[in-house]
Structure formats: C-alpha cells, structure tokens
Design a protein around this ligand. Structure first.
Ligand code: AMP
Length: 446
C-alpha cells in the first residue's frame, strides 16, 4: 500500500501546502523520517539532494513549531538550519516559505557575501526559523545580534560539504552556544570520520535513515560521453545547444576561469549564458540563478562549489564540459537533473587528459557511460565488454535491455554529428548499467 502524506501525521495546513506544491507521494526519506521527527527524535540522515530531504526535515519542524504556539524573543530563533552554501541556504528558505505558507511563522536567512545589516534587522524581533551559513552566523552570534541559547531545533544539512569547505569548527562553535536539550538532525551524503564524529557529539540516540546510495540517482540518468580534444569542446557545446530540447542546461567546469570563458563564448555565439562561481558576488550569483530558473537564460555555467544545492526544477541536461577530478562531484553534478523521481540526461566531454577521471567515475557509479561519436574509448585499455563502445549506428540499448530512442530531444544536432562537430553517426543513449536493478525513489516509497 502506498504511504500518503496524510498517513504521516501531518497537520492540515501543511497537507494543503503540499497539495499546492503538487506533491502526492512522500519520498522514502520523507516517509521514514517525518513520523519519527514529529515525535521529537534526533536523526542521522544519509541522503543527498534530490531525495526530498528538505521537506523531510522542514515539515515536522514547522509542525512542531506551530504546535508550541510560542513567540520568539528578540534576536532569538526557535529553530536553526545550517547549510554549507549560500545558494542552498536560500533554497531551503524558499522551501520553508512554501511548505509553511499556511502557518504564519517568521523566518530569516543569514549568509555571507551580502551586507549584514538587513540580517541583523530581520533578527531583531526574533524568528521561528533561521536558515544560515555557518561563518556569518557565527559573526553575528559573536556580535550578540543573534542569540541561540534557547534554540530547540537544529538541522545540519550537507555535513560532508561543511567539512569539505572548512566549516566544521564554526559549526561546533555554533552548537556549543545552543541548549543541550534540543532536537538535532544531521544530513550528509557520505559519512567521513569527521562527520561521523560530529554526528556522535551532536545527536542523542538518533534514528538513522539512509536512502538512495549515490548510484541510485545515477541510474535514473541517461549518461553519455564524447571523447574529444580540449580544443574542440566549445564548438561541440555550441552545436549541441542548437537543439531546442536542451531547454535548461547546466554546464560544469573545473575552474572559475573556464566557467567564465565558456559562458562568454556561448554568449558571443548568440546563446545567452551566465557563469556562477565563488568569485561572483552573492547578488550576481542569485541573479544568474533567477535568470536560469525563469528561463531567461537557457544555460548556466557553474563550478562544483557554486552549484552545490542548486535546486532548479526541470533541468533537462547536465553537460560536464570538464570532468571533475573527484568522482563524487560527478554524482552531485548530474544529480541536478533527475530531481525527485524525474529522469534526466547527462553528457560528458572527456579529453585525453581526463580519461583517468572518467574511469574513477565509472568505478564509483558502477555505470559505463555510452560513447557518442566514433572516437574510441580509452586506447590501451582492456577490450570493451559486450556492447561497450560499439559504433552507434543503431538505437542504443536502454534500461532493461530495451532499445531506446535518443533522449537528447527531437531533431537534435547530436544526431549525425561527431564529437568534433562534423557529421557522422552519433546517437546518444542510456548509460549501460551493471548489477543494480533500476528503482526510482518514488517507487521505493510505495
Ligand atoms: P531535495 O532533496 O530536498 O533537494 O528535493 C529535491 C526536489 O524534489 C525538490 O525540487 C523538491 O521540490 C522535490 N520534492 C521533494 N519532495 C517531493 C515529493 N514528495 N514529491 C514530489 N517532489 C518532491
């Protein structure tokens, strides 16, 4: 029997908001976590973006805050959510606003890169929910503009990214000024030792909920790779983007410089594109994100850090213009498409210097990317397994071994075009999956 949001014990104003959001079935993490969180338990959530974890922690939090009918004192927050990046913090705040639309709770966002005065003002009367990045929050706590001594709910989102970005000390300092008696939740996609240690220090007798190991999201995404020299990548990108089916595309690069170059070149070719990366001001990043969300710009060029937490619905394609040197980043990147049960398309450009990165990615995800074009896969490697690297003169095999139509879209230029942009046969297709059966989070929820 399918679990519904009604079954989870959520109150009517939240159920109404979910109807407005068009959510009908809870994702697995929502189904598992919401009843436990409503009871006030601590939680260790092993989950990445795309699993619906934001609603999993936000809905019970809002319900508990609404039930208490307490007014926040000046400068205090009744609940605190810490996020590693500004974009993620803004998106969590958006979600809270949406889910809490019928509850009339007050919220504020504190993040770096923008002036602190509006944030101080927003906190002056006190809020029910505060979403913050750690550095700026700690500044404001130290300046006594924010008081967390009575904050009864703490959510730490993307703890592994906090660690990567050097925020763990700040997080610990923030936790140290909070009351010991509180409900604490920690979410992380992976569990390196330092995060496990933080979890054991921060959580009391937590329930552990683990959903969708990295590869499950990956399995829902149609992945292919072009083997191409670095010098041919820009032309290939421009050609691929002639396809109108690529209506919302994130292009990833490894460096800020490259992100700028790619966006500039696209704009010169008449394809409006914005770049977002760590050197851009917060308002420039937010503007770029807004243009992308509304469709004013079809293409967003991003570096890994800048793209963390980007939660834009309807991303049709993720293009890995440069492969990441950490295979986990590839999973995070392509997770921008295929949100919450949808399927997406990821295309990688792999130049000869990046082949080791590709091998690392395929090893981690246990997915072999479909090769597009005639350029051979790694020379000097062991012979390809059955069907691997075959010339793409027929529709590739899709999931479950069925022939599959191209998913680049109708009339795409990728068809009949080689990696260098010349014509040839180049049908794309689903990555070949090994071992795992395909299961979407939605199916798991059932
Ligand atoms: P998250 O993992 O929290 O970043 O959520 C990923 C995406 O899934 C967001 O775009 C949410 O709006 C969406 N989402 C979350 N829960 C559901 C649900 N139960 N049904 C449909 N979409 C959802």
């Amino acid at each position: 029997m399918t679990t519904t949001f009604n079954d989870l014990g959520l109150i009517e104003p939240l159920l109404r908001a979910l109807t407005t959001e068009n959510y009908t079935i809870p994702t697995p993490i929502q189904a598992q976590a919401i009843p436990l969180l409503l009871q006030g338990k601590d939680l260790l959530g092993i989950a990445q973006t795309g699993t619906g974890k934001t609603a999993a922690f936000t809905l019970p939090m809002l319900q508990r805050l609404a039930a208490e009918k307490i007014q926040a004192a000046p400068k205090t927050a009744r609940a605190l959510i810490l996020a590693p990046t500004r974009e993620l913090a803004v998106q969590i705040a958006d979600s809270i606003r949406n889910y809490g639309r019928n509850l009339g709770l007050r919220q504020a966002v504190i993040l770096g890169g923008v002036g602190q005065n509006p944030q101080i003002k927003a906190m002056s009367r006190g809020v029910d929910v505060l979403v913050a990045t750690p550095g700026r929050l700690l500044d404001l706590v130290n300046q006594k503009h924010v008081n967390l001594s009575g904050t009864g709910i703490l959510v730490l989102d993307e703890a592994d990214r906090m660690l990567d970005m050097g925020f763990i000390r700040d997080v610990r300092k923030i936790v140290s000024v909070m009351p010991r008696k509180r409900q604490s939740l920690l979410f992380s996609a992976t569990m390196p030792t330092d995060v496990a240690k933080l979890a054991s220090d921060m959580l009391i007798d937590p329930v552990r909920v683990e959903v969708t190991p990295a590869a499950t999201t990956v399995e829902r995404i149609d992945q292919s790779v072009y083997f191409i020299d670095a010098g041919g990548k820009q032309a290939l990108l421009t050609r691929l983007l002639q396809d109108k089916a690529m209506s919302k595309v994130i292009v990833f690069t490894r460096t800020k410089h490259r992100a700028n170059r790619v966006a500039e070149q696209l704009s010169k070719s008449g394809l409006p594109a914005d770049a977002i990366h760590g050197n851009k001001s917060q308002s420039a990043r937010q503007n770029a994100l807004d243009r992308f969300k509304t469709g004013a710009a079809r293409v967003l060029v991003a570096t890994d850090i800048a793209a963390r937490g980007i939660d834009v619905d309807g991303i049709t394609h993720v293009i890995n213009f440069e492969l990441p040197n950490e295979p986990e980043s590839y999973v995070h990147r392509i997770g921008r498409t295929a949100r919450a049960g949808a399927e997406g398309i990821a295309i990688a450009f792999c130049d000869p210097t990046e082949r080791a990165y590709l091998r690392g990615i395929e090893k981690l995800t246990r997915v072999t990317l479909s090769v597009v074009g005639e350029t051979p896969r790694d020379t000097g490697e062991s012979p390809p397994e059955n069907g691997r690297n075959r010339p793409r003169t027929q529709a590739p095999r899709g999931r479950g071994g069925r022939p599959q139509e191209s998913r680049h879209g109708e009339g795409r230029p990728a068809e009949g075009q080689q990696a260098d942009g010349r014509t040839g046969d180049a049908k794309s297709g689903a990555a070949r999956r090994r071992r795992r059966p395909r299961r979407s989070p939605m199916q798991q929820a059932a």
